[in-house]
Write a protein that binds this ligand. Sequence first.
Ligand code: 3AM
Length: 193
Amino acid sequence: MHRQWNWPCYSCGICWSVRPESRRLFFALWPDAQLRVRLAGLSALAARAGGRRVDLANLHLTLAFLGSVDAARQACLCAQAAAIRCPRFTVRLDRFGYWRSSRVLWLGCSSDPPLGLQTLRARINDGLHRCGMVPEPGPFEAHVSLVRKVDRGPRERTVEAVNWPVERFCLVQSHTLPGGAVYDLLDCWPLTP
Ligand code: 3AM
């Protein structure tokens, strides 16, 4: 029989009464319902050239992909996230981009992402280090994936800007199912006003 766990919640609110298991996690900016509808409008526009639109409920901006994380490390990540102090910022999403290798069409920024976003990412990455994890190497492209299985880039790259006032960041669990990914919002932490 498995040992019963009552893992400390910290501020995370994630507790287990059963054996903890690894979860596939990522930190993300999670749009509210209104913004989600605007993003979905742009994904309809982007999908005119074909592909499969990302479900409305799945639209997000990934800050750090963590992969499979066990319960102890997840508790550590939540404690680190709760300790982050970072001012609010606005992300201006105003261009389509396309990755041929993954066949993803996305919405991103035509200029450098705001300083606040870079600060938040840096603090999250510091937290990963403190939990014994290594952040993904390589440059960060702030983006919201809109359409998958796209065979060519969009004709028009410039789009009417979507301004996203960011007041929180979130930890999300990804379930890989036959019909596609399903995401569960586990917890969110506020940015400072
Ligand atoms: O924000 P997007 O949609 O670009 O592609 C996955 C998604 O990113 C990415 O993490 C986000 C939530 O699933 N992802 C999935 N597996 C990954 C991996 N092995 C990955 N990113 C890097 N390495």
